[in-house]
Design a protein around this ligand. Structure first.
Ligand code: NAP
Length: 409
C-alpha cells in the first residue's frame, strides 16, 4: 500500500519550478492592455504597464514583480470599494452537472453573469435559470469570460481542460476549480494553462444537500496559486472570492496539499463509511435512535453523490490509500477488543470455577456457525482449541465430552 501512495505522489509531482522561468518569458507578449474608467483601475493599469516595461529591460525585475505562488490580497482592500466592485463578473462554468447547477445559483444570487458549457445539453435548464448555455466549449470561450469555473467530475477534468482553446480567452482569465481534491487540479493547471492565466483552486466544502438552505457558516477552502499582483486579476480574484464571503461562507485559505491531507482524514472517511453503510441496506425502524437517524442521513447523502466523485476522492488524493488502511486496522482493533472481552469472561468462568453451561455453549456456537455467524467470529471449534481448552480443568472437559465437537479431546 505504501508503494502505491508514493507512486501517486510521483505522478502528480508539480512542474512549477520549471514553469516559472518559462512563464515569465512568455508573459508580456501575450498580455494585452485594457482600458478602465475608474481612477483606481487606471492606476492599476498604469502600474501594470510600467511594470511590464521593466520586463523588456530586465527579466530579473519582472520576476520580482510577479509573485507566481501566493499573492497577498486583502479581501477588505480599498480596491473593493470602487464602482467596479458592483460590476458583474462573467463566469463561465465548465460542467453543469449536480454541483455546477448548484453553484450557478449562488453566482446568480450575487448578481453575476453565468455562462455554461457541458457534455450534456442543458439548454432548457439554462433558459429557465437565466444561464447562457453554449453547446460547444469554443462558443463559450469566444465570449471571453473573466473566470473559467471548472465544475467537471474529477475523473474527466484533465481531458476537458486539455481541450479548452486557451487562445480564445482573455490573457488575464482566471481559472478556478471546485474539485473535491486540490493537488491534482493545481498541478494540472500549472502544467497546461498559459502562464499569464490566473489560478485559484477552491473547494466549497458543501453541496446541493448540505447547502440547500443557504451557505452561511459553511467552509469555503481556497488557495490563490497564481495571481498577478496589482493587476486586474487581483481584483477579479477578490471579487470572485467575495461571492462566497457575501453568502456567509467561512473562508479558509489553505494550501492544496494541506487541504488534501485534511480532506482524506475527514471527507474521504465520511464518504467511505457512507458507502459501507449503503451496502447494508439500512432501513428506518420504529425505534430509531438519534445516532441511527444520523447514519441513515449519512448514507442518503453519500449515495446522492455520483460514484465517480467518490472514486475521484480515492484515486486523486495521495492520502486516501493510507486512510483506507487506517479504517481497516480500526475495524480489526474494535473486533479484537470485543473478542478479548469475551475471552476474559470465559477464562474467568473457567479459572474461577464459575459453572459454564458447556453443553449449551457448544450447541449455540455450533448452530451459529452453521447458520449465519458473521465472518469475523472465530469458529466454535477454534475457540475451544485456542481459548478454552488451555484453561480448562481436564476432568470438567471430559465430564462434558459428549457435547464437544469430535476431535477436541
Ligand atoms: P460529478 O459526477 O463529480 O461530475 C459531474 C459533472 O462532470 C457533470 O457536469 C458532467 O457533465 C461532467 N462529466 C462527467 N464525466 C464527463 C466526461 N467524460 N466528459 C465530460 N464531462 C463529464 O458530480 P458533481 O457532484 O456535479 O461534481 C462536480 C465537481 O464538483 C466535482 O469535481 C466534485 O468533486 C466537485 N464538488 C462536488 C460537491 C458535491 O457536493 N457534489 C461539492 C464540492 C465540490 P454532464 O452533466 O454534461 O454530463
Amino acid at each position: 500500500m505504501a508503494s502505491t501512495s508514493s507512486s501517486f505522489l510521483h505522478i502528480f509531482q508539480t512542474k512549477t519550478s520549471l514553469q516559472t522561468s518559462k512563464d515569465t518569458e512568455n508573459f508580456p507578449s501575450q498580455h494585452k492592455q485594457r482600458h478602465y474608467s475608474s481612477p483606481s483601475l487606471k492606476k492599476i493599469q498604469q502600474t501594470t504597464a510600467a511594470k511590464l516595461g521593466f520586463h523588456r529591460q530586465s527579466l530579473a525585475l519582472q520576476r520580482s514583480f510577479m509573485n507566481r505562488t501566493k499573492c497577498a490580497v486583502n479581501l477588505e482592500s480599498p480596491l473593493m470599494n470602487m464602482d467596479e466592485k458592483e460590476a458583474p463578473l462573467r463566469i463561465g462554468i465548465v460542467g453543469l452537472g449536480n454541483f455546477g447547477q448548484f453553484i450557478a445559483q449562488g453566482l446568480k444570487r450575487q448578481g453575476h453573469q453565468v455562462l455554461a458549457t457541458s457534455r450534456s445539453d442543458y439548454t432548457d435548464y439554462c433558459k429557465l435559470n437565466g444561464i447562457h448555455f453554449f453547446r460547444s466549449m469554443d462558443g463559450m470561450c469566444e465570449e471571453k469570460p473573466d473566470i473559467m469555473l471548472i465544475c467537471s467530475s474529477i475523473l474527466s477534468t484533465e481531458k476537458i481542460v486539455r481541450t479548452i482553446p486557451f487562445h480564445k480567452l482573455k490573457p488575464d482569465t482566471i481559472f478556478v476549480d471546485v474539485l473535491s481534491v486540490k493537488q491534482f487540479p493545481k498541478n494540472l493547471f500549472l502544467e497546461v494553462l498559459p502562464p499569464e492565466f490566473g489560478i485559484v483552486c477552491t473547494h466549497p466544502m458543501f453541496g446541493p444537500e448540505s447547502g440547500k438552505d443557504g451557505w452561511a457558516g459553511l467552509p469555503f477552502v481556497f488557495d490563490r496559486v497564481r495571481v498577478i499582483r496589482d493587476s486586474l486579476q487581483t481584483l477579479n480574484c477578490q471579487r470572485f472570492l467575495s461571492i462566497f464571503e457575501h453568502e456567509g461562507c467561512r473562508m479558509v485559505e489553505m494550501s492544496c496539499e494541506e487541504h488534501d491531507r485534511h480532506a482524506a482524514g475527514s471527507q474521504f472517511i465520511t464518504h467511505t463509511i457512507g458507502r459501507i453503510l449503503s451496502q447494508l441496506n439500512l432501513e428506518s425502524t420504529p425505534i430509531n435512535t438519534k445516532g441511527y437517524e444520523t447514519l441513515l442521513k449519512l448514507t442518503e447523502n453519500t449515495v446522492s453523490d455520483s460514484f465517480d466523485l467518490y472514486y475521484g476522492l480515492f484515486m486523486y488524493n495521495v492520502n486516501a490509500t493510507e486512510q483506507i488502511d487506517n479504517l481497516d486496522r480500526a475495524f480489526d482493533t474494535v473486533k479484537q477488543k470485543l473478542f478479548r472481552r469475551l475471552h476474559d469472561i470465559l477464562r474467568k468462568q473457567i479459572v474461577e470455577r464459575v459453572p459454564i453451561p458447556m453443553e449449551l455453549n457448544v450447541e449455540r456456537l455450533r448452530k451459529k456457525n452453521s447458520v449465519s455467524a458473521p465472518s469475523f467470529l472465530p469458529k466454535a471449534q477454534d475457540m475451544y482449541i485456542k481459548d478454552i481448552s488451555s484453561f480448562a480443568v481436564r476432568g470438567e472437559v471430559i465430564a462434558n465430552s459428549k457435547a464437544l465437537p469430535p476431535g477436541i479431546l
